[in-house]
Design a protein around this ligand. Structure first.
Ligand code: SF4
Length: 493
């Protein structure tokens, strides 16, 4: 099934990709259950917290430099606005861009609006946003409240697009629509594909779209060495650039959990080749990613040269790091494909990955290509991973598992999860910049950082001595999967 950009709403990951949020077993068992058609979502009878698609849509759209985002929601739904503005300003500073606040508005839906409807408020807010900021486009992110009362957001955005003469796009990221909050990325990209991207006028054979979060710029150098230029999307781009992403020679993504929908949509609608490979973390994944990119843009020999010189450059440093890290036991908690990438990278540093809590699982991506299977790639090339849980940020499960496994190191991608490591006396490494571990140089970056973090052992032990966990012995002695129900035919399937 392809991507339907005529539909106002994105199809959620559960039905589009068969994604799940509950599993416990090994990584190999998870891959096999999909191949055998037996993958089932194990539901939790107790859940501490969840993310929301709206946040994932906002974190992409808020950093388009000349757009406005209107969150059509009660005021509580925009409690995370300051996070996007902070990331926006830090990123602007890093890129030597003028410092400007993200332009984010909320319609402040209240009880009365739940009865009479919120579309009048929305219309007023869109006109106000246009008058105040003169943006190049306006995105309207929906919420549980606007969805439940059935506000016709698509009708309003279409009407105001005609009136104002700029794209005004509905973003279908109502929190209740999907249990998989990365559906919010897809909703943001769906709106960009529908209302922003224009058909190509002139193809650019040396420009490659890079779908990324907001990490550091490593591609200008790497791509420059093979005669290519990166076009970073979506944060820190602008509407004019986004209109033209259909003209690029290819699209790469640092993480298919993030970019699967946009990359596949650009290939389907405008023939922009999507590079189909595991993400570029760890040696094998990076080799495959660059070779696929070389094929897509007709630069195979340049890519081979680049691979050779990068591997040669890092070889002595990598050897030294491996000697120091050999056999150290590490536990990973992260979003789906980025978690798989971290496992590959840590295995390449010769560390023992004793388990992982990965926020959800996409058994396939929108390109439906087995080459892109990031977890299958890890299992094939690095062996199976025991204690592999699909766990949508449930700290009670994480704490129980860490307490049992007692790893030497916890590697976390999200702040809320990393705080549990030191409380249990485990040195913990939190890395928000996804480009930090990317490519061959990323192995060295990670290895060096891990050595620094392992040196904090006594410090975190002291922290643990002064911490009282909110979990009692009763819970810590229970099976961590106590609240994870069975699938269709038993435990995982
Ligand atoms: S959209 Fe729904 S789930 Fe998301 S923050 Fe608002 S109320 Fe919560």
């Amino acid at each position: 099934m392809g991507i339907d950009i005529k539909s106002p709403e994105v199809e959620v990951r559960e039905s589009r990709l068969g994604s799940i949020t509950g599993f416990a077993g090994t990584a190999g068992e998870l891959c096999d259950s999909y191949k055998k058609g037996k993958l089932c979502d194990r539901r939790r009878s107790f859940s501490q917290c969840l993310g929301c698609s709206s946040g994932n849509a906002l974190c992409q759209l808020a950093m388009i430099q000349d757009a406005v985002v209107i969150n059509h929601a009660p005021i509580g739904c925009c409690a995370d606005f300051q996070d996007y503005n902070f990331t926006n300003r830090v990123g602007q500073r890093r890129r030597n861009m003028p410092l400007k606040n993200a332009r984010l508005l909320n319609t402040n839906l209240q009880e009365k609006d739940m009865i009479y409807g919120g579309v009048f408020k929305l219309e007023k807010t869109v006109r106000e946003a246009y008058k105040r900021f003169n943006p190049k486009a306006i995105f309207v992110t929906a919420s549980c409240a606007s969805g439940i009362i059935g506000d016709d957001v698509e009708g309003v955005t279409d009407k105001l697009q005609e009136e104002l003469g700029i794209p005004v796009a509905y973003v279908s990221c109502e929190g209740f629509r999907s249990r998989i909050w990365t559906t919010g990325f897809d909703a943001a990209y769906h709106a960009i594909l529908r209302k922003i991207v224009k058909p190509p006028v002139e193809k650019k054979s040396d420009v490659v779209n890079v779908i990324n979060f907001w990490g550091s710029d490593i591609f200008t150098d790497l791509f420059g060495r093979i005669g290519l230029k990166p076009n970073y999307i979506v944060p820190f781009s602008n509407i004019e650039k986004l209109e033209r992403i259909s003209e690029s020679a290819a699209t790469v993504q640092v993480c298919p959990t993030l970019g699967t929908y946009l990359a596949a949509g650009l290939e389907q609608e405008y023939g922009v080749a999507e590079v189909k490979s595991p993400p570029p973390y760890g040696i094998t994944g990076t080799d495959m990613w660059f070779r696929e990119l070389g094929k897509a843009v007709g630069r195979e020999s340049e890519v081979e040269e680049l691979i050779k010189s990068e591997k040669h450059r890092i070889a002595p440093k990598l050897e030294r790091l491996r000697e120091k890290l050999e056999g150290k036991r590490v536990y990973v908690t992260a979003g789906a494909a980025h978690g798989h990438s971290l496992i590959a990278l840590l295995r390449d540093l010769h560390m023992e990955v004793v388990g992982a809590a990965i926020f959800h699982h996409d058994p396939c991506y929108d390109d439906r290509n087995p080459e892109s299977d990031s977890l299958g790639h890890v299992v094939r090339n690095y062996g199976d991973i025991e204690n592999y849980d699909v766990c949508n940020k449930q700290p009670f499960e994480l704490v129980n598992i860490l307490n049992r496994l007692k790893p030497d190191l916890l590697v976390a991608r999200h702040g809320g999860m990393s705080s549990w490591g030191p409380k249990l006396g485990i040195p913990t490494f939190l890395m928000g910049d996804e480009q930090f571990g990317l490519g061959y140089g990323g192995l060295i970056n990670y290895g060096n950082k891990i050595i620094d973090v392992l040196a904090t052992k006594e410090f975190v032990k002291n922290i643990a001595c002064h911490c009282e966990l909110p979990y009692t012995d009763w819970w810590l002695k229970q099976d961590p999967c106590t609240f994870l129900g069975g699938g269709c035919n038993g435990k995982n399937d």
